[in-house]
Design a protein around this ligand. Structure first.
Ligand SMILES: *Cc1c(COP(=O)(O)O)cnc(C)c1O
Ligand code: SF4
Length: 326
């Protein structure tokens, strides 16, 4: 039975005190959570807080967002920079690992901070926003690198930018002759659907195709508000791809994964990647052995339409890029 939350929430929860007042953590855990808060950011939007069953410590939404004392324990295999972006950063905000495509990270802030992600690492009060000069330098890098045909906006979450700012950046990139497609990686449509306003959707209307990859990990994230946000984007002609992280306790069984993938295709999202978890510090409790992930994929084949099946990938160490798990 879904439990109502202790009190009405109209703003994002950001501190252990906020979590306690919302009834999501016990008062006795607050001191331990303060130690985590010194290193890692917390954010739980009203949309996601409303989904958490406070009396269920195994709730798959709560597990993704509520900080846990285990985060302060770094396992021997865990890395500070699991995707090894640093050596592939020609200018601030750009990651260039493949010949034809590169990432642009205009800011590092996210709508929610997922406990399994290295990007929950605290950034400054500016949210890691590139300064105007840094953004111009990054855009100049794309202008000068004519082998790049796709720009992937990521971060942080690019849909945290204002519609005007995002529209300007997309417009600049779409105006480069060698750029053929633009892509945005985001959790906003499920985590904070109210941000998908008409002006934000209008910013996707560009001279080049804009594709959105939506990150979602559990079927319950697809609330009716998320459905409205996704329909706005799909109705505007934006192709939607689905990205999921394989997480123990959240989606690592066939029933949960099937429900998630079906929720995606009902919302016009084509499941794209199922990511094996990157070994970010303090995330071992979410790790699923790759053999179990492969068995899960095998179980799903035949249970679901072929177009509902994502490709199971892992990030290769030392910046080798994403490779199918086989
Ligand atoms: C994931 C990633 C991409 C995109 O890879 P696709 O397989 O095209 O989704 C591009 N650049 C970097 C650095 C990446 O990490
Ligand atoms: S998974 Fe996405 S939204 Fe969550 S912390 Fe990482 S970058 Fe931010």
């Amino acid at each position: 039975m879904p439990q109502p939350i202790a009190q009405d929430q109209t703003r994002t929860l950001r501190s252990p005190q906020d979590l306690m007042r919302a009834g999501l953590v016990a008062p006795a855990t607050v001191p331990a959570l303060e130690a985590i808060a010194a290193r890692y950011a917390t954010a739980i939007t009203p949309a996601m807080a409303a989904l958490i069953k406070p009396d269920d410590p195994a709730d798959p939404i709560g597990l993704q967002y509520i900080p846990d004392a285990a985060e302060l324990i770094t396992a021997p295999h865990e890395l500070e920079d699991p995707t090894a972006d640093a050596p592939f950063t020609p200018v601030k905000g750009v990651v260039h690992r493949y010949p034809d495509r590169a990432l642009l990270k205009p800011l590092l802030a996210c709508p929610v901070y997922c406990r399994f992600c290295f990007r929950r690492e605290k950034v400054g009060p500016d949210g890691g926003l590139l300064t105007e000069a840094e953004l111009q330098e990054a855009l100049a890098w794309f202008e000068g690198n004519t082998a790049i045909r796709e720009v992937i906006l990521t971060g942080g979450d690019p849909l945290m930018l204002s519609a005007r700012r995002l529209g300007e950046i997309l417009g600049r990139l779409a105006g480069l002759a060698h750029i053929e497609t633009l892509r945005i990686h985001t959790r906003v449509p499920v985590a904070d659907p109210a941000r998908v306003t008409a002006p934000l959707v209008a910013a996707m209307r560009q001279a080049k195709p804009v594709v959105i990859a939506v990150h979602a990990n559990h079927a319950r994230e697809f609330t009716s508000d998320a459905g409205v946000a996704l329909a706005r984007l799909a109705d505007a002609g934006v192709p939607l791809l689905g990205q999921t992280v394989l997480l123990r306790g959240v989606n690592a069984d066939a029933a949960a994964m099937e429900a998630l993938l079906r929720a995606m295709i009902r919302n016009r999202i084509k499941p794209y990647y199922l990511h094996s978890l990157d070994p970010a510090p303090g995330t071992a409790r979410f790790q699923v052995p790759e053999a179990d992930g492969l068995a899960l994929m095998a179980a799903l084949r035949g249970r679901l339409p072929g177009h509902a099946l994502p490709l199971f990938v892992r990030e290769t160490p030392m910046g080798g890029g994403k490779k199918p798990v086989a």
